[in-house]
Design a protein around this ligand. Structure first.
Ligand code: DOR
Ligand code: ZN
Length: 357
């Protein structure tokens, strides 16, 4: 049995408020614990979006009542909330800026709308950007101009990882994360995306889109440039994914660690990479507290198949259905209490704590 610190996932869509048929604070944090994740940072593209004191309270009240693992909640950057967002920085995981279009209403097209956020958001708290390709280059320029840290969410392209490498070499304060689906899947993969009639287009939708094999290879070759693993756990129901207007996103909390451990077994990663990118770096970048008496136990030799029926997420599917993995989370201890053991959640709703208080 291998003992590791509890993982931190800096990128999770909890869906509460407004999308609780997909997930809520209870099911998302159960999925987290089952995946060996003891702290999640929740994204603000809910309904309503989290962008001021009132909406932040709505999310934090639900989290206080329902979360089973520890958490913090991001504030979303809107066209006219830069003062209020900056004033809430102490209570928030960070500021999330959507610079490209994706699920939800939060999006900042015009670069003049980015400026007040970069000017005002306190430098010791992170700005996280959804910025793909050339928008990402613009976000890195902003980090340089405003001389403040910027964290790039879910990188997926060779050009992105190479530009981040160059920016880091110049001393620009940029960090980044990669999601398992951009490491383990590419745009021609079909397994895990079929529905009963064999159609695949809706389940495959995710932002950033799955990239080419060349891009996937570049991410693996430049893993030392990548600071964090993050799931971008983005649950949508199967009915929604198979509809005519499929929303983008994959669930990922329960498959993150088994996939990473399988990569360790295949000698593509080391356990130390997991510790650096899922615990040490996220704690440092997001300025998060240590979780005392918190650890997970994994059976590195346990081989099994990923099955939707064993998941805690409410969305009812996984793009990794049927994948054979090696490495199973047996036990999770969170702040002195056994929170998960042998497939069962053992802490109550409300046990989770806000990392920002
Ligand atoms: O695929 C995605 N789904 N990418 C995002 O950026 C948002 C997310 C969601 O909220 O569904
Ligand atoms: Zn996301």
């Amino acid at each position: 049995m291998l003992k590791l610190p509890g993982l931190i996932d800096p990128h999770v869509h909890v869906r509460e408020p407004g999308g609780t048929h997909k997930e809520d604070w209870d099911t998302a944090t159960q999925a987290a614990l089952a995946g060996g994740v003891t702290m999640i940072l929740a994204m603000p593209n809910t309904k309503p979006p989290i962008f001021d004191a009132k909406t932040l309270d709505i999310a934090l009240n639900a989290a206080r009542d329902k979360a089973r693992c520890d958490y913090a909640q991001y504030i979303g950057a809107g066209p006219d909330n830069s003062d209020i967002a900056a004033s809430l920085a102490l209570k928030a995981a960070g500021l999330k800026m959507y610079l490209d279009s994706t699920f939800g209403e939060l999006r900042l097209d015009d670069m003049t709308l980015w400026m007040p956020h970069f000017e005002k958001y306190p430098k010791q708290y992170p700005i996280v950007v959804h910025a793909e390709s050339r928008s990402m280059a613009a976000a890195i320029l902003f980090a340089a101009i405003y001389d403040r840290p910027v964290h790039i969410a879910h990188i997926s392209l060779k050009e992105e990882v190479l530009l981040i490498k160059a920016a880091k070499e110049k001393g620009i304060k940029v960090t980044c994360e990669v999601c398992p689906h951009h490491l383990f899947l590419h745009n021609e993969d079909l397994t895990g995306f079929q529905n009963l009639s064999g159609l695949t287009f809706g389940r495959k939708e995710v932002r950033p889109k799955l990239a080419t094999q060349k891009d996937v290879d570049a991410l693996w070759e430049n893993l030392d440039i990548i600071d964090c693993f993050a799931t971008d756990h983005a649950p949508h129901t199967l009915e929604e994914k198979d509809s005519d207007n499929p929303p983008p996103g994959f669930p990922g909390l329960e498959t993150l660690l088994p996939l990473l451990l399988t990569a360790v077994n295949d000698k593509r990663l080391t356990i130390d990479d997991i510790i650096q990118k899922s615990i040490i770096n996220p704690r440092k970048i997001f300025n998060l507290p240590e979780q005392p008496e918190t650890w997970i136990e994994v059976d590195e030799d346990a081989e099994y198949e990923i099955k939707t029926s064993e998941q805690f997420t409410r969305c009812g599917w996984t793009p990794f259905e049927g994948w054979k993995v090696k490495g199973k989370v047996r036990k999770v201890v969170l702040r002195g209490k056994t929170a998960f053991e042998d497939g069962k959640i053992l802490v109550e709703a409300g046990y989770g704590r806000n990392a920002r208080i």
